[in-house]
Ligand binder design. Structure first.
Ligand code: ASP
Length: 356
């Protein structure tokens, strides 16, 4: 009798342990991948940072910028709301900005010193850490689409100039005649920059050439970062670079870690500003690294990098970013930055100047 009771007790303890083990396994497996959260998604974009002052802006131009920023952010938001991917959302959002002459990307790209338009772009998938980038393309209508094709259809990360164009043709990416990128305003900016450069060089001011922000040449690089309902982050950036650039100059926009970075463990970031400093400061990755290794919040990391580290180096500009929980940062150390965001509750924010 005693023996039977002992066996029964052992069986009872054994089955209780097994049940606990299986509960533990279930609990753990629900942790990763992150459970889709219907409202835990969001999107944020920039349309360039610089000396953007209210007193230099007409009401109609300001309204045009706001309308385009709204259209772009709502395009990406609609994709996310339906359960689409962050990669699709950022690509389509950037396309809206690339197709507008208001921004220095795609249609509104600035001119190089010899009167050409050379475009750069990059994209990164926070889930896989895969990335794609293109530099110096001249006939690709939407360079962000080509960057995505490099990421998804090639085994490489970055293509430049002729090779990138050839790959674009092979992939059926939309091509245009280089005259598509001509805009009167950007041509005037080039002429102004060249006139100023001549005066400054005549006065032996060797620093003048690379001082486009202080000298108020227009910018307007575009970028976007998003978190989708599946918990995946992505970021992308597209630009014409800097007015009057020479010698095949490439800025930070197509450099992963400088102009663009995304990692599901931390955040997704797109940069805009004086590219040379963003490359040297590895700005986008630095923000992610502070979160990953320093356990800092997105806001704290972005502020430190943009308000302390970057100006200390002599650079200026800004970033937009979103973290894996949907928190958004829009940090800049210039007078203004075209920016917009929407959160999972559908709240829209549009900003241009420092105080909105
Ligand atoms: N970062 C871009 C570049 O250096 C320019 C900009 O963002 O305005 O090419």
């Amino acid at each position: 009798m005693k023996k039977i009771a002992y066996i029964l007790l052992s069986l009872l303890i054994f089955s209780a342990c097994e049940e606990k083990k299986s509960t533990e396994t279930i609990e753990k497996s629900t942790e990763k991948p992150q459970k889709p959260n219907e409202n835990n998604f969001g999107i944020v974009l920039h349309g360039g940072a610089g000396t953007i002052l209210k007193e230099n802006m007409s009401d109609s131009l300001e309204a045009a910028y706001k309308a385009k920023l709204t259209e772009a952010i709502q395009t990406g938001y609609a994709i996310l709301e339906k359960g689409g991917t962050s990669l699709d959302a950022i690509e389509k959002t950037i396309n809206v900005l690339e197709d507008s002459p208001l921004f220095n990307a795609g249609k509104g790209a600035v001119f190089t010193n010899d009167g050409k338009n050379e475009l750069d772009a990059s994209i990164m998938d926070g889930k896989t850490l895969n990335a794609g980038a293109v530099a110096g393309v001249t006939t690709v209508k939407n360079p962000i689409n080509l960057a995505r094709a490099v990421m998804e259809k090639s085994e490489h990360v970055m293509f430049a100039r002729d090779g990138a164009e050839q790959f674009a043709k092979e992939q059926g990416i939309e091509m245009v005649d280089s005259s598509y990128f001509f805009t009167e305003n950007r041509m005037k900016s080039l002429k102004r920059a060249q006139k100023r450069e001549k005066v400054e060089l005549d006065h032996d001011d060797k620093t003048a050439f690379y001082d486009p922000y202080i000298k108020d040449d227009k910018f307007g690089t575009v970028g976007c970062a998003a978190l989708d309902k599946h918990g995946n982050l992505a970021a992308g950036t597209s630009t014409g670079g800097m007015t009057n650039k020479k010698w095949g100059r490439v800025g930070d926009a197509p450099i992963i870690g400088a102009g663009t970075y995304a990692n599901n463990a931390t955040c997704a970031v797109s940069s805009t500003g004086w590219g040379e400093y963003f490359i040297r400061g590895v700005i986008a990755y630095d923000i992610s690294a502070m979160m990953e290794y320093g356990n800092k919040s997105l806001q704290e990391s972005a502020r430190k990098v943009i308000q302390e580290k970057l100006p200390k180096m002599g650079g200026n500009g800004g970033i937009i970013a979103i973290d894996h929980k949907g928190n958004v940062a829009m940090e800049f150390n210039t007078a203004g930055m075209y920016r917009a965001s929407m959160n999972g509750d559908g709240e829209l924010y549009i900003g241009i100047y420092a105080n909105n």
